[in-house]
Design a protein around this ligand. Sequence first.
Ligand code: MN
Length: 316
Amino acid sequence: MTRVVALEEHYCDAELAEHFSGGDRLAPPLRARLLDIDLRLRDMDAAGIDVQVLSHTAPALQKLPAEVAVPLARGVNDRLQRIVEAHPTRFAGFATLPTDDPDAAAAELERCVTQHGFKGAMVHGLTGGAFLDERRFWPILAAAEALDVPIYLHPSVPSPVVTEAYYEPYAAEFPMLLRAGWGFTAETATQAIRLVLSGALEAYPRLKLILGHLGETLPFLLWRVDQALSREGNRPLRFREAFSRHFWVTTSGFFSNPALLCTMMEMGIDRVMFSVDWPFVDNRQGVDWLNAAPVCAEDRAKVFGGTATALLRLQE
Ligand code: MN
């Protein structure tokens, strides 16, 4: 039997969710699915998913200032630990970090990994408009490297400045345009590219990073980005090599054979891990897709759970 692990699977902390309003507030049916653990387990069972690595949904602590986020983080992560502890064979956890205070975020990551057994952290988009490559955030990267756990770079809704400049005429008629329809992708790919350019990957040579959505288009673009950045006038940098060494990608919300094959050809099969993006995407659809995808049985088993089990050091 192939073990199925999914690692971009969201839940919601009721106390954290209280801090958001307007477009950042979750619709009631989604909220129920994010909060209800029994419903989650039934849906996992029906689709044949053995383990979910749970992460908070967006928005998360990146949208809150340090004075609110730091005290809140501890409770959020302790409550996640209790969910995992109640079902230790079915769940693992990614920490939610108060990134607006990088030293506190690094300390919280260490606490969550060493005391709660969490498998890494998820960061949702920009922190108060700032990308993660800024030097003030490097203590978080240093902690992840020292603890040997990955940081999952997850999208969030773009800042109002970006929405206004790029999407405004279409935002009302196509609200998903600035989200999963394109805006998430543009922002998260930029987050990843900036980390490669920043020098952080040289400073932390064993840092492990995860992107969802089959790498936010970057596997498809790697050759071109690499070629363009190696033209005269750019600081010498082996973009493609650095990206391929530090990044893993998941299939969250992106069940396309052509996209999967491109990602496998560019990054290698050992860098691709199954995920659904539950509850925004259907568990069954993801499992059925990968079961029928044009890969050999050995590769399918790696993608379904083998690689994630090794990378996150999950209990077998
Ligand atoms: Mn997601």
